[in-house]
Design a protein around this ligand. Structure first.
Ligand code: SF4
Ligand code: SF4
Length: 69
C-alpha cells in the first residue's frame, strides 16, 4: 500500500481556502494568507474531496508506492 498525499499547484491556486475548510483531516493550513500543506500524512484514500472541489483544479492527489527494501 502506497502513501497518499495532496499536491497544490500554486500557479493555479487562488488561495480561496476551500480545501482547508473541506478537509476533515486538517491537511491544509494557512500561513501569510496562503494555503499550504501542513499535514500531508493526514490525508486519507477514501476522500479526494479537495481534488474534486477545488475551483481552480489546483490539487492533485498523489499515490506513491513506498516499497520497502
Ligand atoms: S481549494 Fe484550490 S484554489 Fe482554493 S485554496 Fe485550495 S488549492 Fe487553492
Ligand atoms: S483528499 Fe481528503 S483527506 Fe486528503 S487532503 Fe484532500 S480533503 Fe483532506
Amino acid at each position: 500500500m502506497g502513501k497518499i498525499f495532496p499536491v497544490i499547484y500554486m500557479e493555479k491556486c487562488n488561495n480561496c481556502f476551500l480545501c482547508m475548510d473541506l478537509c476533515k483531516n486538517n491537511v491544509f493550513a494557512e500561513r501569510n494568507d496562503r494555503i499550504y500543506i501542513a499535514n500531508p500524512a493526514g490525508c486519507s484514500l477514501d476522500c479526494c474531496m479537495c481534488q474534486k472541489q477545488c475551483p481552480m483544479g489546483a490539487i492533485e492527489i498523489i499515490i506513491a508506492n513506498d516499497k520497502e527494501e
